[in-house]
Design a protein around this ligand. Structure first.
Ligand code: ZN
Length: 287
């Protein structure tokens, strides 16, 4: 009888030890919790309101005049690049080098700000594993990758210099979410103009499997709208009904195929980007 009671205690202690180890292990698997967070998250409609502009407050601009005006940036930040929207033949990416990585010049400061915020909050520094690629480098990656995990040459945003693959020490690729830094990048990148370009559950739209490490720069306010509403770039561009002005906070956005455009007066900043789908997207920062 005495022996039986002893075994009972032993079993109880063992069960508690297994339970404690299990809980301890779960606590270390932040990536599993993040996947759960993604699975239960519901996304609101994109924060875009159709805006009525008063004709009398608008000025007509030709694209040529607008490109030379003060406060105007012409970029490629909203270019859709995928299997059905390859880069135009002979496309030359606008590049600058930062810390050994080649990227679009407009991305450098936002990337530094994102990296430094993540470092300050998590104590972990993120690094760039992959930046601009030539078509030849993209071909090499395609040939050595599983189907559906890499784009064909001409169809990768890396060739436009608009994407960065990032990692945290000992946590690269799929392991990135095991790092608190990786999870934070995925949660806040929209505030810095970046999106997770190939999100979980959108593989049929993007044609690429989930890549929590692949950041695409689209700039403000587009990244925040896309990340908050769970839209891919394909879906976001589709949501911008052509020739309709949309308002988001202090921003006005127009997707247009017109030869000229009428802009409201008094804007602080104007950014124009081709979308590689037949339209230009005008983004105005209003006071
Ligand atoms: Zn990538």
């Amino acid at each position: 009888m005495k022996i039986k009671r002893k075994y009972r205690w032993l079993c109880l202690v063992l069960a508690l030890a297994v339970l404690a180890a299990g809980i301890g292990y779960l606590a270390t698997r932040g990536d599993w919790w993040y996947y759960l967070e993604l699975a239960v998250r519901s996304y609101p409609e994109p924060e875009l309101t159709a805006a009525q502009l008063h004709e009398s407050d608008c000025t007509e601009w030709t694209w040529e005049d607008l490109k030379g005006a003060d406060g105007v940036t012409v970029s490629c930040l909203l270019m859709l690049v995928n299997a059905s929207h390859p880069l135009p033949a002979g496309y030359e990416a606008e590049l600058t080098e930062y810390n050994g990585a080649e990227m679009h010049p407009l991305m450098v400061e936002p990337y530094i700000a994102l990296r430094d915020t993540v470092l300050a909050e998590t104590g972990v520094r993120i690094y760039v594993a992959d930046d601009y690629r030539t078509a030849e480098e993209q071909m090499e990656i395609l040939e050595s990758s599983e189907e559906g995990t890499a784009a064909a040459p001409g169809c990768s945003e890396h060739e436009a210099g608009l994407s960065l693959d990032v990692y945290a020490p000992y946590c690269a690729g799929k392991e990135f979410l095991k790092s608190a830094a990786g999870r934070m990048v995925n949660r806040v990148c929209g505030e810095y103009g970046f999106v997770i370009r190939y999100p979980l559950g959108k593989e049929e739209i993007t044609g690429i499997s989930y890549e929590p490490w692949h950041l695409r720069y689209v700039g403000e306010p587009h990244a925040e709208i896309m990340m908050n509403s769970g839209l891919t770039l394909e879906e976001y561009i589709q949501a911008l009904t052509p020739e309709v002005w949309f308002a988001h906070g202090n921003y006005l956005i127009l997707r247009t195929a017109a030869d000229a455009c009428r802009l409201p007066q008094g804007w602080e900043r104007c950014e124009i980007s081709e979308d590689n789908a037949g339209y230009r997207i005008v983004t105005l920062k209003m006071p």
